[in-house]
Design a binder for this molecule. Sequence first.
Ligand code: FE2
Length: 180
Amino acid sequence: MIDYLCIIKKYYTEGSDAYNLLVKHSIQVADLCMTLAEHTSVEIDRNFTYEAAMLHDIGMFLTDAPSIFCFGDKPYICHGVLGRELMDSLGYPRHALVCERHTGTGLACDEIIAQNLPLPHRDMLPVSNEEKLVCYADNFFSKSKIADAKSPDEVRNQLRKYGEGTMSRFEALYKMFPFK
Ligand SMILES: [Fe+2]
């Protein structure tokens, strides 16, 4: 087990607005992951998933997103890849991949190129079951407004603007991790 709160406190001042928001949001995602893990037939490493869910947004402080108390200079869309770099530097490559691959329903290299996103040109799609679960669960919560989980239809409506690839990946994840 890794001490995820200790890692978060390295980069976020305990009790600050950014810390409180990150921890609240991450607990919501981690808890939903645990609920979904109970009802799926796919194999899930639950301890790892909980840790990775708690750390998936660790890179957000490096981005320029004042509405969520982040005052860095990188575009917000980079928070996953920034989190990956950070977790890699700490020696946690498996957690790092969850960070990189959680944005939306993941990003394919051709989508990054076509949308001219400020990201490295490689696939950032969730591959392992644990990467898929964290990516999926994250869509049900917003960071800008801590609230109860959205419904699957609310998530669909919010993802539609990102195109066909995003939508079909969402439907595949929806089948993989049913709500019961
Ligand atoms: Fe998140």
